[in-house]
Design a protein around this ligand. Structure first.
Ligand SMILES: Cc1cc2nc3c(=O)[nH]c(=O)nc-3n(C[C@H](O)[C@H](O)[C@H](O)COP(=O)(O)OP(=O)(O)OC[C@H]3O[C@@H](n4cnc5c(N)ncnc54)[C@H](O)[C@@H]3O)c2cc1C
Ligand SMILES: Cc1ncc(C[n+]2csc(CCOP(=O)(O)OP(=O)(O)O)c2C)c(N)n1
Ligand SMILES: [Mg+2]
Length: 573
């Protein structure tokens, strides 16, 4: 048995190297200092963040852009608690990250020692699993198991809290013995579970089926299979926000996004469908609206790797707890081709007959709308950029007006809706995919939450373009106040610094744009600049995102854009 003698701190980095980690995002402090000291001996690049929340979002963006596990590191106490928002963000969106925190010495635990917090207790409900490591010999096996847990089955965040004495003590590491062995329970069928034959039978007899493409399409790598399924049965596809990119926007069977700010015809089609084939999505309330009136005419098939998702929000006729790619592959040979002409004719009718969201050709009326900016961005980047959004109106406009044709090209916080996510997540995405053109689309509110990470991006010499959709409001909340609180704008008007001067202070090239005719040249200049650039787009302040299903309302009862309006929302308006 070949063993190596090393400290717990060295075992940590050696384990990360074995897990093929090449970069980590972190911030040092007393309780993690032994680990930082040992780091210098290992071929891992450390990105010094400006706030530990940023480290977790960077790890998350790294994971979402690449499919690999992202790693964030912090010290105990405030360092660890600063990670909480990022961990919860990763948890809600099934993103695999491993967070390493330093902890006070094992003998001091429970004594309110300096910078002691019970971070495993705090993060218990927002991690897939977490570990408190108090002995050097446990560091390597637990770190390796953390990676296995983070990436297996339904991915998610894992935290490993390592006491200072576990980092400084010596141990013998037998690498073969550190190999993780997780128990797989996925294949154990439960009574009531559906089979592939049940699913195929429902699909073959359906006249008005709809496929729901969720985030699980990308997490399972089922992009080809889902298109094959759709094409064989000529079944239209609707996407969740996190499913965007899993099926090319340009595919003729792809109808667009469903839900609160989804396409009107998609939501109506859901209410008229006779079968929903839900693939790797979890029927979030932003997707379903009122459950009592949701898709009442439809039978439902649901495939999800996490059995707990089946029958959680929506009762289904066939529930299959399985990896999506494997599930669809089983169905494909048994599917009967079917043109479903009547269903397609009905959907075309719902769409109307003019080009959808064709806003390019509208005359310039002197106003700059966020929709124009996003649409121009899409056109000028040939739809090939990796766009990382923040949370709010701009996020929804991005989903509506940037047409994503490739997987992992939209990175956004869906489940937790974390403002401040975009810039740090984009840094992670760019580190994971250095050759990708990365754009941040962020509101003036959310940008101010984590804009300190501009310094991180500059220190790393990154080339990321930041597009601030600056409407002078916490726009999405203002919109709710406009619709549901009689325009009482409590605490939503927000000022900001001069973003161009701010960028300049960070060493970031920047420009302000407030006319539609200047969007093109500003985007082109940012794309041509090597290094960080920022554009402050001063957009129409009180524009709203349409359509909108009010929270808890029936899915088909959408608030539509008042007409006439300079932006064409959909042909059906
Ligand atoms: C302001 C705002 C507005 C929003 N509006 C909308 C909206 O209009 N429409 C909309 O769709 N969303 C909207 N969202 C996002 C919404 O809250 C959810 O985050 C989103 O709908 C979740 O999409 P999902 O279920 O596909 O992904 P996730 O929540 O990531 O779920 C993925 C599912 O796939 C499963 N899975 C993982 N791996 C596999 C595998 N290998 N095989 C099979 N299954 C797997 C997981 O277990 C999980 O159940 C909004 C968010 C915000 C912040
Ligand atoms: C951390 C956090 N705090 C509060 C919210 C609630 N919230 C959702 S959208 C939004 C407004 C976002 O404003 P801005 O960043 O300017 O984007 P806009 O909606 O104007 O495009 C707020 C406050 C949130 N999602 N996240
Ligand atoms: Mg705003």
């Amino acid at each position: 048995m070949a063993t190596e003698t090393m400290t717990g701190a060295q075992a940590l980095w050696a384990a990360l190297v074995r897990e093929s980690v090449t970069e980590v995002f972190g911030y040092p402090g007393g309780a993690i200092l032994p680990a930082y000291d040992a780091m210098l001996q290992f071929p891992i690049h450390h990105v010094l963040v400006r706030h530990e929340q940023g480290a977790t979002h960077m790890a998350d963006g790294y994971a979402r852009a690449s499919g690999k596990v992202g790693v964030a590191i912090a010290t105990s106490g405030p360092g660890a608690t600063n990670m909480v928002t990022g961990i919860a963000t990763a948890m809600l969106d099934s993103s695999p990250i491993v967070c390493i925190t330093g902890q006070v010495g094992s003998k001091l635990i429970g004594s309110d020692a300096f910078q002691e917090t019970d971070i495993t207790g705090i993060t218990l409900p927002i991690t897939k699993h977490n570990y408190l490591v108090t002995r050097a010999e446990d560091v390597a096996p637990m770190v390796r198991e953390a990676f296995a847990v983070a990436r297996s089955g339904r991915p998610g965040p894992v935290l490993v809290d390592i006491t200072k004495d576990a980092q400084t003590s010596s141990c013998e590491v037998d690498w073969a013995a550190t190999e993780p062995h997780l128990t797989e329970t996925m294949d154990d069928e439960l009574p009531g579970d559906g089979t592939a034959a049940d699913a195929v039978a429902l699909i073959n007899e359906a006249e008005r089926p709809l496929i729901f493409a969720g985030h699980g399409v990308m997490l399972s790598g089922a992009e080809r299979e889902i298109v094959a399924l759709a094409e064989k049965g000529r079944i239209p596809i609707a996407m969740t926000l996190l499913g965007i990119g899993g099926v090319p926007a340009a595919h003729p069977l792809n109808l667009g996004m469903m839900g609160m700010h989804g396409e009107a015809w998609v939501n109506t089609a859901i209410q008229e469908a006779d079968l929903l084939i839900a693939l790797g999505m979890r029927f979030d309330d932003r997707v379903t609206g009122n459950l009592r009136t949701y898709a009442l005419k439809a039978k439902k098939i649901h495939v999800d790797i996490d059995r707990a998702e089946l029958n959680k929000n929506v009762r289904v006729d066939v529930g299959i707890a399985k990896d999506l790619r494997a599930a669809i592959a089983e169905w494909l040979p048994k599917l009967a081709p079917n043109p479903r002409n009547e269903w397609h004719a009905r959907i075309s009718e719902l769409k109307g007959d003019s080009a959808v969201r064709d806003i390019q050709n509208l005359p310039d009326n002197g106003h700059l709308y966020a929709a124009h900016v996003i649409n121009d961005l899409w056109r000028l980047t040939d739809g090939n950029a990796v766009v990382v959004t923040d949370v709010g109106q701009h996020q929804m406009w991005e989903a509506q007006y940037y047409k994503h044709d490739s997987p992992r090209s939209l990175i956004t916080s869906g489940g937790l809706g974390t403002m401040g996510f975009a810039l740090p997540a984009a840094i992670g995405a760019k580190m994971a995919r250095p050759d990708a053109e990365v754009w941040v689309v962020v509101g003036d509110g959310g940008f101010q939450m984590t804009m300190c990470e501009l310094a991180t991006a500059v220190q790393e010499g990154l080339d990321i373009n930041v597009c601030i959709i600056n409407n002078g409001y916490l726009g999405m909340v203002r919109q709710w106040q406009e619709f549901f609180y009689e325009k009482r704008y409590a605490a939503t008007p927000i000022s900001g610094p001069d973003f161009v001067k701010l960028a300049d202070a960070f060493g970031v090239q920047a420009k302000m744009v407030d006319r539609r005719c200047d969007v093109d040249s500003a985007v082109t200049a940012a794309r041509g600049h090597r290094g960080m650039s920022l554009i402050d787009f001063r957009v129409e302040q009180e524009d709203s995102v349409y359509p909108m299903v009010p929270a808890g309302a029936d899915l088909h009862k959408m608030i539509r854009r008042p007409s006439p309006h300079p932006i064409v929302e959909t042909a059906a308006d």
